[in-house]
Design a protein around this ligand. Structure first.
Ligand SMILES: [Fe+2]
Length: 389
């Protein structure tokens, strides 16, 4: 539907300049830096990654090679513009010529924006919005430690603006990674809840990237291959966390899904997720995972062929829309996401404002294959959430 009819329109695709995948590949970042001519690199990470021993593991060869100019392992979850400003100051003082972001989406997003500012001047807020970069900043090497966000493959960085009480995005192809290093071994020790939420979010990225009206042919191909990797691995990695083959498939699949939605879009699942996640402390992947089934039921009239292709790629057989949606609900239940969401009670009075906010996010609602009205959004929130009077 959206692959052939719009082919004549022409497309642009944006990808990281170099992608390295493989178990243990994050141990050789000194060589990666040398290959791109970086002589003083700044390593950005967070406390969780540091506690897991991964920061030291990655930093040691850089230190031995004499190219580690500085290290900041304090990026908080959901980093604010001010957090990135503080990070930027450290990077400037180190006189680094490249930035490594080692962590989940929060760390990689902070690293992307800090590297942009360090290379081009100014502060993070100067670059909020679409296409404000004006050129590339310092080179970046992005190394995900979770399998889900796909941030190492995208040109979006989401930060919170504490003053305005909202999330803002720096969106520009100039912040794409110079090198993305996808090392599945870094995800081996992830807690079960993180594995499940991030993994299901990656699946939703693949689905939404595939069905979005703006999907490029490249994005649709990437999304289908992401589904092929994730389908057999998601429930397996949740029930058998030590299964390294499943870990490998999730790491590669989530990376492919990231490249897919970077060249397409996320859709209404993400539109409904943002107002909910902004008001209640629920992991992003718990929300997207639990809302996917109901939104795909809503999308069913336009998506029968796409759902058949996706369910086939996922290894679920060729499913009609209702069975596809039911399977998504079943997966969210099987890996504990529905239970996690059910522990959060949402006051009835919050539903209408969330629905209003969700449909205002046009960049996510417009690409959705079926329009989502405010009334639709309210109905879907009520169907999925535990509402109290
Ligand atoms: Fe997501």
């Amino acid at each position: 539907m959206n692959s052939s009819a719009e082919m004549h329109r022409g497309y642009e695709n944006h990808l990281p300049r170099r992608v390295i995948t493989g178990r243990g590949r994050s141990a050789g970042l000194d060589g990666v830096c040398a290959a791109q001519g970086s002589k003083k690199v700044f390593l950005v990470s967070d406390r969780g990654v540091e506690t897991a021993g991964i920061v030291e593991q990655v930093a040691a060869p850089l230190r031995r090679a004499g190219i580690l100019a500085g290290l900041a392992a304090g990026v908080p979850p959901e980093p604010a513009l001010t957090d990135v400003t503080a990070l930027l100051e450290q990077i400037r003082q180190s006189a680094a010529d490249a930035v490594i972001g080692l962590g989940g989406g929060s760390v990689m997003d902070a690293a992307k924006v800090a590297a942009l500012c360090a290379g081009r001047g100014g502060t993070p807020s100067d670059y909020v919005g679409l296409g404000k970069a004006g050129g590339r900043g310092l080179p970046t090497i992005l190394v995900p430690t979770t399998a889900g966000t796909g941030s190492e493959a995208t040109f979006v960085a989401i930060l919170s603006d504490k003053g305005a009480g909202t999330k803002v995005g720096v969106v520009d192809p100039a912040i794409l990674a110079d090198v993305a290093v996808v090392d599945p071994a870094l995800t081996d020790g992830l807690p079960a809840g993180v594995t499940a939420a991030a993994g299901m979010d990656a699946l939703v990225h693949a689905i939404e990237a595939f069905i979005a009206s703006v999907a490029t042919p490249l994005a649709r191909g990437l999304a289908l291959e992401a589904a092929r990797q994730i389908g057999p691995a998601l429930e397996r990695v949740c029930s058998h966390p030590a299964d390294t083959r499943a870990r490998d498939a999730m790491a590669v699949g989530s990376h492919l899904a990231g490249m897919a939605f970077a060249n397409s879009s996320c859709c209404a699942v993400h539109a409904l997720a943002l107002p909910l996640g902004g008001r209640f402390p629920i992991a992003h992947g718990v929300i997207t995972g639990c809302f996917a089934g109901e939104l795909m039921r809503h999308n069913a009239p336009a998506c029968a062929a796409d759902f058949a292709a996706l369910s086939t790629a996922l290894g679920w057989g060729t499913l009609p829309p209702e069975a596809f949606a039911a399977r998504l609900d079943a997966v969210a239940g099987a890996i504990g996401l529905s239970a996690a969401l059910g522990r959060v009670v949402v006051p009835a009075a919050a539903v209408a404002p969330m629905a209003r906010d969700a449909v205002l996010i046009r960049r996510l609602v417009d690409p959705n294959p079926v329009d989502v009205s405010e009334a639709d959004a309210e109905r879907i929130y009520r169907a999925v959430l535990t509402i109290v009077p």
